[in-house]
Design a protein around this ligand. Sequence first.
Ligand code: NI
Length: 166
Amino acid sequence: MARLKILTFPDPRLRRVASPVKEFDKSLIKITENMLETMYGENGIGLAATQVDIHKRIVVMDLSEEKNNPKIFINPEFKVLDDKSLFSCEEGCLSIPGVREEITRPDKIKAYWQDIDGKNYEDEPEGLLAVCFQHEIDHLEGKLLVDYISPLKRDRIRKKALKSVI
Ligand code: NI
């Protein structure tokens, strides 16, 4: 296993739209292992392949306190079941270090994904799992949590990030 480098905002590669996984082979297993190691190494609870410059629809997550419950979602998708039921939560992102923002998202969703062997699953996640699922799918679409805040605030975060790189 290897830890991968996480792209940070405003890196344009974070804006690429990921392609569906079609081959459920050894290289997919290796990618998910490396993504999990990277996520745990950074104390994250979720990571999308886009964040490590792999533009395939792969997400890993572990919401457990003990960090012993890794979850892998291949080709994850969701549909909103009730667009009036919303949930607000302070979100952070490994690609935007030091920033936490209150984001409002639909609370009732139906989630679809495949496992590492290509088997299909569906579920109705709630609370933090529903938030995390949507946050990570945003990454696969090239969308970031800063897209939910005001342009002025986003610009401030961008300038700060660029300054810390230089
Ligand atoms: Ni993120």
